[in-house]
Ligand binder design. Sequence first.
Ligand code: ADP
Ligand code: MG
Length: 680
Amino acid sequence: MKGAPGSAAARSLRDKLAALGLARDIDLALHFPLRYEDETRVVRIADAPDGAAVQLEVKVLAAEVEVRGRRQLRVLCADAGGEIELRFFNFYPSNLKQLVPGAQLRVFGELRHGWNGLEMVHPRYKAVADGAALPDTLTPVYPTTAGLSQARLRQEIEAALARVDLSDTLPAADRAGLHLMEFAQAVHALHRPLPGETLENLDLRLKPARARVAFDELLAQQMSLRLAYAERRARRAPQLAAPGERVAALCAALPFRLTAAQQRVWQTIAADLMLPYPMQRLLQGDVGSGKTVLAALAALQAVESGWQAAIMAPTEILAEQHYRKLAGWLTPLGMQVAWLSGSQSARQKQAARAQLAGGAAHIAVGTHALLEQGIAFERLALAVVDEQHRFGVRQRLVLREKGDSATAPHLLMMSATPIPRTLAMSYYADLDLSVLDELPPGRRPVLTKLVSAARRDDVIARVRAACAEGRQAYWVCPLIEESEALQLQTALETHERLAAELPELGIGLLHGRLKADEKSAVMGEFAAGALHVLVATTVVEVGVDVPNASLMVIEHAERFGLAQLHQLRGRVGRGASASVCVLMYAQPLSEAARARLKVIYENSDGFEIARQDLQLRGPGEFIGSRQSGEPLLRFADLERDAGLLDAARDCAVRLLDGAPEVVAAHLARWMRGRDAFLKA
Ligand code: ADP
Ligand code: MG
């Protein structure tokens, strides 16, 4: 029974719906079935195939709550030809009231052979009268939440469908041009299978309906991201002068020449910075493609025009490495580079703060510490975020707010986790993209070897040989994600064991629990060649750059993700000597681990690895913290619907240009009020 509006029952229903993101009628209409089940037929227990989802019609013979072991409700049932036990591990008094001897039930679930014969665990059931008619259509099954039954949710959706306006937001011409089904028709098709339809022909019939919904979703995403882009572009930014003498001086002082790709991207960035609105650029470049120097050049351009720049990196090690590099490049040119990190003393921070606020420091390099409230810039023109996927939308927002009141700083985001094209086109449609698609010359490809953990001695011999030739090695400890304490212990043990196995070598240890100055001391010794081997947890994953290291050993490589393995492998192959990455694995390998190792073994191109990673895992992992509050696509699948994505982008551009009222209506339908998150 439905409670009166405002009653406790109505409120609790509303809360449950809200937990599913269903506030308005249109949200309910867009809450599509996960799958469909066939309740149009009843199967006899004796005829039911093992493991199949079937519907039975049974009478309850006995029911009891078992308290030994795991508490459960066991219900013995029978039809004319057989018996079956229903088992419930979560149940309510209402279940006990319904499941009494003599009750007639239709149960739907997966049938299997358990210890005590045939059973179904947590079947859906309903009490029926003898001879009650069977439904004549397939039953939609919706994503739901605890305490909200399918039946209740279905009712709510039906009611919403009866009230809601499903008129098409797409102009007829666009729809026809794209051969898309009408919106209302698609929505109804998805919720309401036709009488007599089977699961097989349903799938085929729903194809155009699914395509229409996927298209609309992609279109909404394109519209909202492009609007966010346009909104940011409408703000004013410091308009910088063209790169001048000091930029030229830095280029001349570098020990290398920029690659053609670096030249090209640098020109794009320099031109962006000369415009009166904020740059919003994502620079993608594979591991080692040389992004840092571009950040330095851009920062220098800002300083030349009398402004400041900030460069933020996600880890202390990486930020410090940037600081050293930038200070090394820029101090000789008369620049003041300030360093800010979470582990600094209050006095050090205070000094850096004063330098930045007073304009004495031209460039700030640091970790999240840059975001702290007390950090203000006199004239911030450019913010660079390295390894941007490690930061969230909110953090970007905060950094943006560090500009002066009249302008928003230019934003350059850098990422070494290549993003597949479809993903970039969809989730990153609010950014301009640049790609460094060339590695500096002289890099030799890293040779990847898969070695069973049983051959650890061979690996040790390889480390010994490399170090005897004056090179250095990383040894990455097994990843233990579940427990930081265990991770630490593993790191200590690995270090101890290696020190015993390789007594003639200097072996350092780097892990997340070290204090910042300890980390930086170890890193410094390794960079200076005073340590031969660096045993490390994944703290070395991002950005660390020690060209003399030519051997990377990863223990239990099967536990790491593809992006992580690619990043780790990218730590070597940076100098002139041939590099090797040894992936040690332990048997037995899971299917998924085997697939990952195969991808990393066969590919060196980060973009290809990312594409295959997307196929293996779906998009959620890629967008990381970016997804917080931001709509992940619910219906569109970027691989399957790549064609629709192109069409949606073109359509969004067209409508934003010529039909703002259509855009508004479409976004109102799809965005559930989440567009606030898209402003960052
Ligand atoms: P990433 O893109 O992974 O951040 P880095 O900026 O750390 O790469 O650069 C990797 C290494 O390549 C650094 O040692 C850097 O000094 C060097 N490097 C950058 N550009 C060039 C170039 N054009 N020629 C040679 N070496 C370069
Ligand atoms: Mg980098």
